[in-house]
Design a protein around this ligand. Sequence first.
Ligand code: SF4
Length: 192
Amino acid sequence: MITYQINDALYINITNRCTNNCCFCIRNNPEGFGFDLWLRKEPSLEEIMAELENLELYDEVVFCGYGEPLERYREVIEICRHIKQKGVRTRVNTNGHANLIWNRNIVPELSKFLDSISISLNTKNAEDYMELCRPELGEAAYDAVLDFARECIKFIPEVWLTVVNVISAYDIEVCRGIAKDIGAGFRVRRYC
Ligand code: SF4
């Protein structure tokens, strides 16, 4: 399934690929969350665009699925450009690894048609991150998430850091402080 709707938002699922393997990832839950988001084949840009009908009906379009959308950041930019032409808000939910994946700062380019970005911080430090998120990019991944967030603050109107409520209350508060220091909003997501 490439698109799905939750409340007044349209969600776009463009890849299964992800550079994390989080212990809490919904992909590890055989029941998922009611949508069949495992892509048998990664959709082309044209196939994704073909699903974007009646965009004016939605408050927001969100890139969020079973993988990391910025693995395909060029397609994300093209799709966001199209969505913004319809006057609809755009948001990307990301693991924050994009600049490490692409080995350069993609944020200035990405930000052109993006209203909001939600970055998974998940833990208070790199050691915990290695254990909880099991990044294939190794120990550099956690600092890359923080650096990515700092870049997003410079260019994107709304930046959120998030954690899932599988960590302790103490850790959540430390993460809240990290978000505050960076200048980002902070959200605690519920584990499904
Ligand atoms: S970053 Fe998101 S998609 Fe990737 S493993 Fe973690 S929860 Fe799953």
